[in-house]
Design a protein around this ligand. Structure first.
Ligand SMILES: Cc1ncc(COP(=O)(O)O)c(C=O)c1O
Length: 448
């Protein structure tokens, strides 16, 4: 752990939003079963966790009812219904922005944001390398250059202290991602944005209801983008939203998303600009209206469970849960992320650790690989269109300035649990911690 750095910055806390009471969640809190001493499931022992974790998405008969409603009304498109509009009004109120534009998915929200801000060929956008590929694709689709800012391994977030050094005269936007529902250091990031007068697009696709100093993320930048893809903490299969307080941006993005019609027009053939069709369907709007009131309670459960899990597993040598910056008043825990150190597990590789964890009944993922090193980056940037815009020399130079060594290391260490695993009883968290303790106790034998 980079203790020097931690000391200098002194603004990380062990678990964000930890103020919430743990009392709500029932179940065994002991976690003291002596699983550490019993044989790991991978070597023939009984799995620590029997039965599934909570399924996702959670549905009930109300979902069927609202779909039937939309179906029967026959107004399946937002141009002849009002579910999407009602969702936009509710969601803007919930997130704390003046405007919300519902769109087809999170990628569309990012594209509409970049378009509304005029980002295009010849421009640079500062992005993290530790994110879902859509963040980068949205930039590449504008024929702009995604310039990678290294990751803070303590938090898994774009390191806001490195943003200023990455700014050039071409930089047209900063695109931080609140990864896993955790929050970027927005004080530092917004100060740099203000100083250089560069707009901020928050990628909050994984961070519904996450907060920075009491304000919901996606309300802090010039725009904020959500995804409602089926795995997300608020979901409708596919879907997305662009949030903003700026009237010029809602007008540009709103028009862009409906073929260049004036924002708010439901019909007609008069166009105020070029555009695309990124509209959300009424089915999605109706589902989201139904799901929205459930998110607060679910967020609290995730936070409480995550706090308990952190308390238990941070005590295990070699397990370092992601921290949150001091300004984070809520982590949305779309992902529970931690770093795994094989040296503290007798040299047990991350792959074998994960295999042992799966055998214990604990599903897990290894997380992202470095986006800046993906082969498609070279294919894209040396394509005819990019070379026409930038010239080969600029592209060569670009590849010389996007190394992210901290992120490279993090990608070899990360382990994730998905948000639905945090929605069950506290005994589920104890099972996860017991399983890791057991693997730790038997690490030597587990080396294949
Ligand atoms: C960080 C991030 N950005 C953007 C997206 C894109 O959202 P969508 O899949 O809804 O297009 C996602 C979704 O997975 C995401 O996780």
């Amino acid at each position: 752990m980079s203790t020097n750095r931690m000391g200098r910055r002194a603004f990380l806390q062990a678990s964000a939003g930890g103020a919430a009471s743990l009392a709500m969640i029932e179940g065994s809190a002991s976690g003291a079963e002596a699983t550490g001493s019993s044989k790991p499931a991978l070597l023939g022992g009984e799995p620590t966790h029997k039965g599934p974790f909570p399924s996702w998405p959670q549905i009930d008969e109300r979902h069927e009812q609202v779909w039937q409603e939309v179906l029967k009304k026959r107004g399946w498109c937002r141009l002849n219904g009002d579910y999407v509009e009602r969702f936009e009004a509710e969601y803007a109120k919930t997130i704390g922005t003046k405007f919300c534009l519902a769109v087809a998915n999170g990628t569309s929200a990012l594209i509409a944001s970049l378009n509304a801000l005029g980002v295009g060929p010849g421009d640079e956008v500062l992005v993290p390398p530790y994110t879902f590929v859509a963040t980068i694709n949205a930039v590449l689709l504008q024929y702009a250059l995604p310039v990678f800012v290294d990751t803070d391994p303590e938090t898994f977030q774009m390191d806001a202290t490195r943003v200023e050094a990455a700014i050039t005269e071409r930089t047209r936007a900063i695109l931080p991602v609140h990864l896993g529902g955790n929050v970027v250091d927005m004080d530092t990031l917004l100060a740099v944005s203000k100083k250089h007068n560069i707009p901020v697009i928050e990628d909050a696709c994984q961070a519904h209801f996450a907060e920075w100093r009491g304000k919901r993320v996606a309300s802090l930048g010039d725009t904020g983008c959500f995804s409602f893809q089926v795995t997300k903490n608020l979901c409708s299969g596919e879907g997305g939203a662009l949030m903003t307080n700026r009237e010029d941006l809602i007008e540009r993005a709103g028009s862009f998303h409906t073929n260049g019609r004036p924002w708010g027009a439901k019909s007609g053939f008069g166009y105020v600009r070029n555009g695309s069709n990124l509209r959300m369907t009424e089915f999605q709007g109706a589902l989201l209206l139904e799901q929205l009131p459930r998110v607060e309670a679910q967020s609290q459960i995730r936070e409480q469970n995550a706090a308990h899990l952190t308390k238990r597993i941070e005590a295990i040598p070699g397990i370092r849960p992601a921290k949150s910056y001091e300004g984070t008043t809520r982590n949305a825990y779309h992902l529970y992320m931690f770093r795994y150190d094989p040296e503290q597990f007798a040299g047990l590789s991350r792959d074998r650790f994960r295999e042992a964890l799966s055998a214990e009944g604990i599903p897990n993922m290894s997380g992202y690989t470095p986006l800046n090193e993906q082969p498609f980056m070279k294919e894209t940037l040396y394509s005819r269109g990019f070379v026409n815009v930038y010239g080969k020399e600029t592209i060569d130079a670009y590849f010389g300035r996007i190394a992210c060594p901290e992120n490279d290391r993090l990608c070899t260490q990360g382990v994730w649990f998905t948000q639905n695993m945090l929605l069950g009883p506290r005994s589920d968290m104890d099972d996860i911690a017991d399983a890791i303790e057991r693997i730790h106790a038997h690490a030597k034998e587990l080396i294949a």
